[in-house]
Write a protein that binds this ligand. Structure first.
Ligand SMILES: C[S@@+](CC[C@H](N)C(=O)[O-])C[C@H]1O[C@@H](n2cnc3c(N)ncnc32)[C@H](O)[C@@H]1O
Length: 320
């Protein structure tokens, strides 16, 4: 008999991982975070999934007991016998402290939560488990006395129009690439012509080549993808911004919005705007993400920038 794949999703945010898991055919016993806005939005998108507001990182035994009670409740409600259960434990411990895509300074806290999650896995002994984090976490994982297997997955290899790289550590699954090489224009075909008001400083009709970017744009034609350039971010205050064109996958989507710049080839006027939340979610691989009433725009932007690309979680679930 095919086992029921049941997830407990820790540090779940708005549920990028949870969402992909459901798409992969799995069920969810509980999704946990300590950010009320994210849980509200998780519940809005997945009304059948229990969410728990709990500050993780405390007593391991107590946490395990709480989570196992949710698992038992789920199994009882769905008539799942122990021998028919495949229990998967996932965690995305906070990564800001060690992310290279963050301006915040490194602190020990990021590693504390990673270590705490690894200790919880050892205590709960799930049938399979996964931990998602930023690429620099490899140094920490490599330094552990007992090696932990991990892969670096590029979302663009899983049908996501973004070259987001994240570490997935854990056991019991494989991440086999599915649909490689999607570009921004594949998933956002209406971007050309969609920019709004010209920005005031652009009103002087400067060409992109005069904007100080290291890679000037080629000559544009009326239907060329090169009409649009997307500025992803300044890595450091004194560095030039990075940019990409829509015939490429997006740079990593974070809580700092990318700027879509469009040039009118006749007037040379440049208009620009940020990605809408829906566009950013689409580039994360969750095009129909919904937002609950009453959330601040900043909160929504953080949730979207934080999330695991659902197609990766889907592939993981399907591989079990
Ligand atoms: C990288 S995000 C998770 C993204 C999520 N896996 C997804 O796919 O959408 C990390 C999450 O950890 C949560 N978090 C940080 N510290 C926490 C703690 N001590 N207890 C519970 N959640 C925490 C944050 O609120 C944030 O939503």
């Amino acid at each position: 008999m095919v086992k029921h794949k049941v997830l407990i999703d820790l540090f779940c945010g708005t549920g990028g991982f949870s969402h992909g898991w459901i798409q992969g055919g799995g069920g969810i016993a509980v999704s946990v975070d300590n950010w009320e806005d994210a849980l509200k939005n998780h519940a809005f998108n997945h009304p059948d999934v229990p969410v728990l507001n709990l500050s993780l990182g405390g007593d391991l035994q107590e946490t395990a007991e709480t989570l196992l009670a949710y698992l038992a409740t789920y199994c009882a409600a769905h008539g799942i016998e122990p021998e028919d259960l495949h229990f998967h434990l996932h965690g995305s411990p906070p990564c800001q402290a060690i992310s290279t895509a963050s301006h915040s300074r490194a602190s020990a806290d990021g590693y504390f939560m990673v270590q705490w999650f690894i200790d919880l896995v050892a205590l709960m002994n799930p049938d399979s488990w996964s931990m998602e984090n930023v690429v620099p976490v490899r140094k920490f994982l490599d330094s552990l006395p007992t090696p932990i297997p991990y892969v670096v997955a590029n979302a663009n290899d899983y049908g996501v129009a973004q070259k987001r790289k994240r570490v997935f550590a854990g056991e019991g699954w494989v991440l086999k690439p599915t649909n490689e090489g999607l570009t921004v224009q594949d998933v956002l075909p209406d971007l050309i012509g969609s920019t709004l008001e010209p920005a005031p400083y652009m009103a002087a009709k400067k060409r992109w080549t005069k904007l100080g970017l290291d890679k000037p744009f080629p000559t544009v034609t009326s239907c060329s993808p090169s009409q649009i350039r997307i500025v992803s971010r300044r890595r450091k205050a004194h560095e030039e911004p990075q940019s990409y064109t829509i015939d490429k996958p997006a740079h990593t989507i974070t809580q700092v919005n990318h700027i879509v710049e469009e040039i009118d080839e006749d007037t040379e006027e440049i208009t620009k705007r940020g990605f809408t939340l829906s566009e950013a979610a689409t580039l994360q691989g969750w095009p129909d993400l919904q937002f609950a009433e009453g959330l601040y725009a900043k909160s929504k932007r953080v949730m979207v920038g934080n999330m695991v690309c659902p197609p990766i979680a889907k592939v993981m679930c399907e591989s079990l």
